[in-house]
Design a protein. Sequence first.
Length: 218
Amino acid sequence: MKHNNHNDITMDPSGFVVLADMVPHIVQEIRYYSTYNFIGERIDGYEEPIALLTKEAARALKGAANEFFVQGYRLKVFDAYRPACAVKQFVLWGIEDTDIRMKPYFYPDLEKQELFKKGYIAKQSSHSRGSAVDLTLLDMKTGKELDMGSPFDLFSEMSHPDYRGLTDEQYENRMLLQRVMVRNGFAPIDCEWWHFSLKDEPYPDTYFEFPVSAEFLR
C-alpha cells in the first residue's frame, strides 16, 4: 500500500480507550513492552504492558470477544495501538543495526533485510492509526493458546493465514479466528494470521505518536 507524504502525525489520544476497560475478559501479553520480540528489547513508546485502541475498534473487538467467549475462548492480545516512534525503531533496526540475536526465534529462514521487502515490517504501520490489533485465542478449558501452526511474529510463509502446510486443526483454528473477526468488522492481511484492522477505521490518514500508557489517556 502506497502512502502519500501528507499523513498527519499527532499526539492527541482523545479518540482512544484502554482495551481492558472495554473488554474485561481479554488476556494481554504485550510483546513490545517485553524483551521477547524480534528485536530483543523493550520497544520505544511502550510505557505500560497494556493494549490501547480507538473507541471504534475497541467496540468492534468487544463484539468479537463476546462471540468467542460464548464458544469457550478468550482473546489474547499481543499488540494494538503502536506509537509511530516504535515503528521508526523497527525501521532503524532493520537498516542500521547488525544485531540478529532474535533471528532463530522470529525470522530463522530470512535475512534481516528481507523483512521489509517481503512486507513483514512496514515503514508505516496500520497499528499507528490505532485500529489494528494482533491477537490469538485462548482455550478456557485448557488455559492454553489454540495451536495456530506458527507463533506470533514468526516472519515466515508459515504465518500466512492460507498456508497449507498445516494440520487440519491448525488451519481450522486460524479460520475460526478470521471468521469471527471479519464478521465483527475487521479485515485480515495476507502475511500474518494474527493481524486484523478495522475495515471502517476512524483515522485512515493519521499516525499517532503518544506513548502506550493509560496515564496519558486520562
